[in-house]
Write a protein that binds this ligand. Sequence first.
Ligand SMILES: Cc1cc2nc3c(=O)[nH]c(=O)nc-3n(C[C@H](O)[C@H](O)[C@H](O)COP(=O)(O)OP(=O)(O)OC[C@H]3O[C@@H](n4cnc5c(N)ncnc54)[C@H](O)[C@@H]3O)c2cc1C
Length: 397
Amino acid sequence: MIQLAKTEQCTACGACAYACPKQCITMKEDNQGLLHPAIDDTDCNSCNRCQSVCPILSPVEYASPMKAYAAWSTDAEERRTSASGGIAAEVYKAAIDEGRHIAGAKMNEDFSVSMESAKERSAITEFKNSKYVFSSAYGLFPRIKEILDANGKAVVIGLPCQIAALRKIFRDNENLLLMDVVCHGVTPSSYLQQHIKTLEEESGKKAARISFRDPALQTDTFTFSMYDEHGERFYAQRIVDGDKYQFGYHRAISYRENCYHCIFAKDKRISDATLSDYKGLGRMAPCSFNNKKVSSILVNSAKGESFIKNLIESKRIIAEERPVREPINGDPQLRHPSVKNKFRLSFEKEIKANAGDFEKAMSYVMHKFFITVYYQNHFLFLKRIVTKIKHIIRKIR
Ligand SMILES: Cc1cc2nc3c(=O)[nH]c(=O)nc-3n(C[C@H](O)[C@H](O)[C@H](O)COP(=O)(O)OP(=O)(O)OC[C@H]3O[C@@H](n4cnc5c(N)ncnc54)[C@H](O)[C@@H]3O)c2cc1C
């Protein structure tokens, strides 16, 4: 009897379903809207291909980053509309100019996200900027196979678990360049869809487009926004304003269970290059610039190095080499997976008790959070007063 990765570790990358020659594996939603692979073993001949391509059961080789850069796009508009330094957009542009196919995450009409491939520049607009939600890569695997079989070349930018799956399936194919973004976790699509529906009902408007880091409100404010079919913004809230989705996401409360056990969240990487928001810039060595929206690029292979070198030499990006440990020390996700806090544990109970109702579960958790913060602040205030009084008494004596 074939055993797939344990539910709490499975990333739902879908490599097992793609590799099964008998199509015994399908991706199914559980009662909380989370996708998992399910085997119908009637036709299974125990060939074990599903297990051998699974990046959890049969891990990929990791590489220590060779170089680190602080970098951004020289195209100001690209940088403004990208989540961070606009490196992904420049990677795509250079790839297309070299005749490569590109692949990235596209938001669908129902606000689910899927990994797609393209050859036209127009696709870059859809791929760029972060979609902080689960994305399915199932359709991408056969597409990449077609491209490689036809001697084509491709660049894929995706989540570490998806890149690990591509690495397992296509091994070290020289025509395939794989880049990952540092990732702190993904929320199931069903939670996002519920959130959008609630906001639509409250506003009486229908969302045609949403953004997790809206360029119109500066991507570094992490504003969640919704636009109607006329392009008019009818909702915009930051994490501090209390948007339930962003709150759950950025406080590591609402991820898929596997994200808290992620084996790819570490300093050694599975891709040719790793992109992230640069955190801790200048902490280990003086830096010649001090700028917002700077990306970090970790170069993890010779293939990655040659591509990034070309981006720098062709002046698509400005890059300064940094100590490799600087971005790693600056970002916890480059050292360990997101840690479960007490609010996550509370969310786990609530989401089960409310049969997958994200809005109800998150309302409860947020209420608990704000009460905790309120009492903590009052406690700290009282503690400060007591310390001051003690200090005055000591002085008088
Ligand atoms: C789910 C998620 C979590 C992240 N967590 C962190 C973090 O903890 N720390 C950090 O420094 N950076 C994190 N990032 C990366 C960060 O948000 C920026 O994407 C990164 O700095 C690159 O910025 P950019 O301006 O070069 O590219 P961007 O314009 O942001 O493009 C990024 C690339 O990521 C791909 N992408 C976007 N959303 C998804 C998705 N849902 N699934 C698969 N691929 C996707 C796009 O197709 C694009 O190729 C995360 C990104 C995502 C998608």
